[in-house]
Design a protein around this ligand. Structure first.
Ligand SMILES: C[S@@+](CC[C@H](N)C(=O)[O-])C[C@H]1O[C@@H](n2cnc3c(N)ncnc32)[C@H](O)[C@@H]1O
Length: 416
C-alpha cells in the first residue's frame, strides 16, 4: 500500500472512528468514504450528517486532495479492477471473499457497501478489491447504508418460528434474513439476489422458504413465483416452483457439481418473469482447472489415504453415502467443494500415477469456483479452502448479473 494512501487513512481516522459501528473496523468506514469521494456515490453514514465537502476539507488541509481525478490516482491498484463503466450500484452482504461482487462488477456494477464479519475473509477481500468490509450486519444502522440499485446476499440458512406467521417481517426477527429484509424495506433497491444452498427448498419441510418469500412479497418484492402460490399455495407447489431457481455450476463452464438456489427479486420494475440464464457452456472437464506440477505437499499421506478407503468400505456396509470422491483430468466434474474441504480433502481428490491422490491446490479451488487467476487467495491454505468452499461460482453470478443489469438499463430507458 502506498505511503500516500496510508496518510489518507490516518487523516480520516479520527472522524471515521465516530461513525464506526460496533463490530466493524474504522478501516471499513475510511475505505467506503475514500471510494465514494473518488467516484460518485453516497457516503456511509450520510444520514448522520457526514458529508463529502467536510471530508474533502480535512484532506485538503493535509494536501491530500486537489480534485477528483488526482485523488482517484492515489488509490492503490488492486488485483481485481472496478467496472470500467459503472452503470448501477450494489451492496455486497455476507460477502465472504466477494465472488458475487466479481460477477456484478463485470457487468458494470459498482459496489458501494460491503459487510462480512470473518477477519480472514475481510483481509482477502481487502487485498483483492481495495476496500475493507464492514463487520456484523446485525450491528449496522440501516439508514447509514448508501442507497443502491441491487442488494446481493448469500446468507446462512436459519429456521423460523412456527408461531405467528401473520405479522410478515416481524415473524423473522432475530434471524439474519430479518436484517436483509429490513434493508430491502428501507432502501428499496430495484433488484435483490439472494443465494443459498439448494437445501433451503427442503429446509424445515419448506417452511423456511415460505416465510422468506411471504416476507419479501409483504414488503413489495416480486419473484418468478406467483403471489397466489406464495400466500395460499401448498408447500409442495412452492417447492416445485422454487426448484426452477436452482442453477448448476457445470452448466456455466465450471467442472463442479454445485447446485444453488438464486432468488431474484425486483420492485418498481416493469417485469413479469425474470429470465434465468440457460446453460452456456457444458463442455468442460476437471483437467481445465488443474495446474502443472503441484507442490508435493498436496499429496495426501498414507495414513489419510488408508483412512479414506477404510471409511468408504464401512460406509458401503452401513448403507451410508459414498465417502471420498476421486477424479482425474478427464472427469466431467468434481463433487461440490465445501468450506470443510481443508479438513481432509475427502470430497475432491485428484488421482495421481504411482502415488496417493492429492488435494486441490488453492489456485485449483479458486478455478473450480470460476475465480480469475488474478484473484489472490488467502496466504493460509486452510483459510483459502474455507473461503472458496463458502463462495459462489463466479460465472453463474456473471450471467445472473448480466440479466439484472439488462433489466435495469431497459427500465431506465423505458422511464426516460
Ligand atoms: C455462504 S458465505 C457467502 C460467501 C460469499 N457469497 C462469497 O462469494 O464468498 C456466508 C458469509 O456470511 C458471513 N456472515 C455470517 N453472519 C454474518 C453477520 N452477522 N455479519 C456479517 N457477515 C456474516 C460468514 O462469515 C460467511 O463468510
Amino acid at each position: 500500500m502506498s505511503h500516500t494512501f496510508q496518510k489518507i487513512e490516518a487523516v480520516l481516522l479520527p472522524t471515521a472512528i465516530q461513525y464506526t459501528p460496533e463490530g466493524s473496523d474504522p478501516k471499513a468506514v475510511i475505505h467506503q468514504w475514500i471510494h465514494a469521494i473518488a467516484s460518485d456515490y453516497p457516503l456511509f453514514a450520510e444520514h448522520q450528517g457526514i458529508c463529502k465537502e467536510h471530508l474533502i476539507e480535512i484532506l485538503k488541509l493535509s494536501n491530500l486532495y486537489k480534485d477528483k481525478v488526482t485523488f482517484k490516482k492515489k488509490l492503490p491498484s488492486t488485483p481485481i479492477k472496478p467496472a470500467i463503466k459503472s452503470t448501477f450500484t450494489f451492496i455486497d452482504l455476507f460477502a465472504g471473499i466477494g465472488g458475487t461482487r466479481l460477477g456484478f462488477q463485470k457487468n458494470g456494477g459498482t459496489c458501494v457497501f460491503t459487510s462480512e464479519f470473518e477477519k480472514n475473509a475481510q483481509q482477502t477481500y481487502f487485498e483483492n478489491y481495495g476496500d475493507y468490509p464492514f463487520g456484523d450486519i446485525t450491528k449496522i444502522y440501516v439508514k447509514n447504508i448508501p442507497d443502491h440499485d441491487v442488494l446481493v446476499a448469500g446468507f446462512p440458512c436459519q429456521p423460523f418460528s412456527h408461531a405467528g406467521l401473520k405479522k410478515g417481517i416481524d415473524d423473522t426477527r432475530g434471524t439474519l434474513f430479518h436484517n436483509i429484509s429490513n434493508i430491502l424495506k428501507d432502501k428499496q433497491p430495484k433488484f435483490a439476489l439472494l443465494e443459498n444452498v439448494k437445501g433451503l427448498i427442503s429446509h424445515d419441510k419448506g417452511h423456511t422458504l415460505q416465510v422468506i418469500l411471504r416476507t419479501l412479497i409483504s414488503i413489495g418484492y416480486n419473484c418468478n413465483i406467483d403471489h397466489e402460490i406464495i400466500t395460499r399455495g401448498s408447500l409442495k407447489q412452492l417447492q416445485t416452483e422454487a426448484k426452477k431457481m436452482v442453477l448448476k455450476s457445470v452448466d456455466f463452464g465450471v467442472p463442479q457439481n454445485r447446485q444453488r438456489i438464486y432468488i431474484v427479486l425486483w420492485k418498481n420494475i416493469d417485469l413479469k418473469q425474470f429470465e434465468y440464464p440457460a446453460a452456456i457452456n457444458t463442455d468442460t472437464n476437471v483437467g481445465s482447472v488443474l495446474i502443472d506440477n503441484p507442490d508435493p505437499k498436496y499429496t495426501i499421506s498414507d495414513r489419510l489415504w488408508e483412512g479414506h478407503q477404510r471409511r468408504k468400505i464401512d460406509n458401503a456396509k452401513n448403507g451410508k453415502g459414498f465417502g471420498f470422491g476421486i477424479v482425474n483430468k478427464d472427469s466431467l466434474y468434481t463433487n461440490t467443494i465445501s468450506a470443510r474441504y481443508y479438513k481432509d480433502g475427502s470430497e475432491i481428490l485428484i488421482e495421481q500415477e504411482d502415488k496417493n491422490p492429492r488435494k486441490l491446490t488453492p489456485r485449483e479451488a479458486a478455478r473450480l469456483q470460476g475465480f480469475p487467476d488474478e484473484f489472490l487467495p488467502n496466504k493460509s491454505d486452510v483459510q483459502a479452502y474455507k473461503q472458496f468452499g463458502n463462495s459462489v461460482t463466479v460465472p453463474v453470478i456473471v450471467e445472473l448479473a448480466k440479466q439484472i443489469s439488462f433489466q435495469l438499463k431497459k427500465n431506465t430507458h423505458d422511464i426516460a
